[in-house]
Ligand binder design. Structure first.
Ligand code: ZN
Length: 353
């Protein structure tokens, strides 16, 4: 049993009042971590500033520890990679070329347990940064809401009665929480790192003018990252959003939908009621998912899909009107946008983005 108290430090915001990714309070050298866990280190010794998955943008401005679940070739230069013996041998050239530090564990070591051991060690020995508390005087916060200590609440935010704002939450200008909305909760559904305290050291980022509906909840990100809800995205009631999900701007998520961990919704996606998006799945921009869909695989942009499992039925305009396709072109008679169709690829002809 671990009985020391985790260390914390304050993460200050930039001149626009926005926090960066949360790092460790007291970084340690990669060699110290390797020595403590009896693992081998190859390449330069670096300070471990934060931890993350390759999929997250945690590599910016600092060394990282990566879960080795992607190709090392795609790994960011200067990173610290946790990798299995056999894989290290195969990818030696890529590691050297990119100036990567590798911490190598034996081939018979289950990768899930090595990542759990490392995350636990870093959590207890390096501690985490927490957001320095800041609440704009124009924010309207119910006295019956629960607000954690380390939060940033921007101007014109509205927090309704019985809403809960967990640690490391950033609420952008004009964002709102309806009654009993909970942000920054532990992710109860994720299959990743279920036993760790770590997913309480990430946070939730609500961009400007986003809204979280009544009794909906957004889990905290993992390893110092934020679960992200984009600008002007509307989340309806009784929706559940998993850890490290990334939802871009102008999406609509209708009631009772469930987004599992690491889901990505690109700009303007519309999810009908009671849609389930499985862990790690990406839905591309302006896709339209019919009610009750069960989304197990990536959905292309401008696709109208539905069903269990969801499959494509047609093309949808960014204004949400379903389109008829003739000779590789589709025209919307509501908003007059025209699209070029090439297999499953749909591109607006004007392409204002
Ligand atoms: Zn249209």
């Amino acid at each position: 049993m671990q009985n020391s108290v985790a260390i914390s430090a304050l993460r200050l915001t930039d001149d626009q009042g926005r926090p960066g990714p949360l790092g460790f309070a007291k970084p340690i050298a990669a060699s110290a971590l390797a020595a403590a866990l009896g693992l081998k280190i190859h390449g330069p010794d670096r300070l471990i500033l934060r931890i993350g998955h390759p999929a997250n943008n945690t590599g910016i401005n600092g060394s990282i520890i990566l879960e080795d679940n992607q190709s090392l070739d795609s790994t960011i230069a200067g990173a610290i990679v946790i990798t299995q013996q056999g894989k290290y041998d195969m990818k030696l050239a890529a590691i050297k070329e990119k100036d990567i530090t590798a911490i190598v564990y034996p081939a018979n070591y289950p990768s899930q347990s090595v990542s759990v051991e490392i995350a636990k060690y870093l959590y207890w020995h390096c501690g985490t940064e927490l957001l320095a508390r800041s609440i704009h005087p124009s924010a309207s916060i119910s006295e019956l809401a629960f607000i954690s200590e380390s939060v940033v609440i921007s101007k014109d935010v509205y927090v309704a009665p019985f809403a809960v704002v967990g640690p490391n939450s950033y609420l952008g200008p004009g964002s709102s929480l309806k009654p009993r909305a909970v942000i920054g909760s532990r992710d109860q559904m994720s299959s990743q790192f279920p036993v760790l305290p770590t997913n309480s050291f990430g946070g939730v980022w609500l961009a400007d003018n986003s809204a979280i509906g009544a009794a909906s909840h957004v889990a905290a990100g993992c390893f110092g990252t934020f679960t992200f809800v984009g600008s002007q995205t509307k989340v309806d009631n009784l929706v559940s959003i998993g850890s490290t999900a990334s939802i871009e701007r102008e999406c609509s998520i209708v009631a009772c939908s469930i987004l599992e961990a690491n889901v990505t919704l690109k700009k303007g996606v519309w999810l009908g009621p009671n849609v389930t998006v499985k862990e790690g799945v990406t839905i591309n921009k302006y896709a339209y998912l019919g009610s009750g869909s069960w989304v197990c695989n990536a959905i292309p942009a401008f696709t109208w899909a539905a069903g269990v499992p969801a499959r494509a039925f047609g093309i949808v305009c960014r204004c949400k009107k379903k389109l008829l396709v003739s000779e590789h072109l589709a025209h919307c008679n509501r908003c007059h946008e025209t699209y070029r169709i090439n297999g499953s690829q749909v591109t607006p002809v004007k392409s204002v983005e």
